[in-house]
Ligand binder design. Structure first.
Ligand code: SAH
Ligand code: SF4
Length: 361
C-alpha cells in the first residue's frame, strides 16, 4: 500500500476524529475505509447501495449489514443532513424550490423542475458566488463558501428521495444553481463521480450539464481529464467590452482565451458546447450583438440557449421582448448556429435561472 494512501486510511479510521461523512467518499475510498475496518469490498458494495439505491436516511439504517459493521457506521460516520427550511411550488406545478440548511447554519437553494415530463434537479455548488455577474441574485449576495462534495451529493439525494415518494426517478442534473462549479472544481467533480456511479444513483453523463461563467483553466482541465458530462458556457456578450459590463470575470478570461478553450474542448472531445445568453431588453438583444455572436462562434459545434432575463432585486434590466428574441435567433441561424429560447420556469417563486439566493442566517 502507498504511504499517502495508508495515511489517508489511518486518518479516515481514527475514531477520535470527526465522524466521516460517507457522501464525501468515492466508491473506491469507501472500499478502503471498510478494508481498514476489516470488511471486504462486498460489504462496501452493500453500504454504497444502501446510500445511493435505497437512499438511506442515516448510515446505521442501511439494511442487511453485519451488526459489527452497523455499529461501526453508527459511531464513526454520518451523512450530510440537509434540513429543509422551506419548500415552495410554482403556480404552474412545474417547479419546486427547496431551501436547505447546511450543518453550519448556511443555506442553499436546490430546484426540482419537470421538463417535458422529465425530472431535472438544479444543483448548487457554492453558498453565494464570487463572480459577481450584475444580473444574478447569487452574484449579488457575494461569496460565502464552497460546498463540500458531500453537500453537493446530498442535494441530489434529497431530490431523488422527494421523487421516489411519488414513484418517480431523477434523470437530469444541471449545475445551474447557486455558485460557479469550476471555482469549486475538486468537490464538484468528486460529487459528479458519485452521482454517475452505475451501482448507485446512476445518472448518465449525457443527462448532466455543468454550466460555467467561463473559467478558462477549469474548461482546459475538463478537456484534459476528458470529463464526460455536457458543458454550458454563459456568454451574455460577444465582445470583451459588452461582456465585462455584465460578467466581471470577462476581464480576467477574455473572449479570445475563452473561445480558444471551447474550441479545444469540442475538437478534443468531439462534443457540442451550449452557450447561454440572458437576453436583456435594449442591452444585449440587438442585431449587432447577434451578428457579433454569430461571428464569434462561427465553425464551432455550438448551440445557443437564449434566456429572457429573470428579475432580481439588484438589477433593473428587463427581459427581451419575444420579437427581439425571434430576430436574434434568425440572425444566429444565418451563421448556421442553432438556438433555443428557454422557457421561463418558476419565476413566481424566484426559482428561475439566476434568481437563487439565500438571506444571511
Ligand atoms: N455559475 C454558473 C452556473 C449558475 S448560473 C454560470 O454562470 O453559468 C446558471 C445560468 O443562469 C447561467 O447561464 C447564468 O448566466 C444565468 N443567469 C444568471 N442570472 C440570470 C437572470 N437574472 N436571468 C436569466 N438568466 C440568468
Ligand atoms: Fe455566479 Fe453564475 Fe451567478 Fe455569475 S451567473 S454570479 S457565475 S452563479
Amino acid at each position: 500500500m502507498e504511504l499517502s494512501h495508508r495515511a489517508t486510511i489511518l486518518a479516515m479510521s481514527n475514531v477520535i476524529a470527526q465522524p466521516i461523512n460517507l457522501y464525501d467518499l468515492s466508491r473506491p475510498r469507501l472500499g478502503q475505509l471498510l478494508a481498514a475496518w476489516g470488511h471486504s469490498d462486498y460489504h462496501a458494495g452493500l453500504v454504497w447501495s444502501g446510500l445511493y439505491r435505497d437512499l438511506a436516511v442515516d448510515p446505521e439504517s442501511i439494511a442487511s449489514l453485519r451488526p459489527d459493521l452497523q455499529g461501526r457506521l453508527a459511531t464513526s460516520t454520518l451523512i450530510t443532513n440537509l434540513a429543509m427550511r422551506s419548500v415552495i411550488d410554482s403556480a404552474d406545478g412545474h417547479t419546486r424550490k427547496f431551501l436547505l440548511e447546511l450543518a453550519d447554519g448556511q443555506a442553499i437553494e436546490t430546484v426540482l423542475m419537470y421538463f417535458r415530463g422529465r425530472a431535472t434537479a438544479c444543483i448548487s455548488t457554492q453558498v453565494g458566488c464570487a463572480m459577481g455577474c450584475i444580473f444574478c441574485a447569487t452574484g449579488q449576495m457575494g461569496f460565502r463558501r464552497h460546498l463540500t462534495a458531500g453537500e453537493i451529493v446530498a442535494q441530489v439525494v434529497h431530490v431523488a428521495r422527494e421523487l421516489r415518494r411519488s414513484g418517480q426517478s431523477l434523470r437530469n442534473i444541471v449545475l445551474m444553481g447557486m455558485g460557479e462549479p469550476l471555482h469549486n472544481y475538486e468537490a464538484t467533480m468528486a460529487a459528479l463521480e458519485t452521482v454517475m456511479d452505475q451501482r448507485g444513483l446512476a445518472i448518465a453523463p449525457r443527462f448532466i450539464t455543468l454550466s460555467t461563467v467561463g473559467v478558462v483553466p477549469g474548461i482546459r482541465r475538463l478537456t484534459q481529464e476528458r470529463r464526460p458530462m455536457r458543458l454550458a458556457v454563459s456568454l451574455h456578450g460577444a465582445t470583451n467590452e459588452e461582456r465585462s459590463r455584465l460578467v466581471p470575470p470577462a476581464s480576467r478570461w477574455p473572449l479570445e482565451q475563452l473561445i480558444a478553450a471551447c474550441r479545444d474542448y469540442t475538437e478534443t472531445l468531439g462534443r457540442r458546447i451550449f452557450f447561454e445568453w440572458a437576453l436583456i431588453d435594449g442591452s444585449n438583444d440587438g442585431p449587432e450583438q447577434a451578428h457579433a455572436l454569430g461571428r464569434l462562434l462561427h465553425g464551432l459545434d455550438a448551440h445557443v440557449n437564449l434566456i429572457p432575463l429573470n428579475p432580481t432585486t439588484g438589477f433593473d434590466g428587463r427581459p427581451a421582448e419575444p420579437p427581439a428574441a425571434k430576430a436574434f435567433q434568425a440572425i444566429l441561424a444565418g451563421y448556421g448556429l442553432p438556438s433555443t429560447v428557454r422557457q421561463r420556469r418558476g419565476i413566481d417563486v424566484a426559482a428561475g435561472c439566476g434568481q437563487l439566493a439565500t438571506l444571511q442566517p
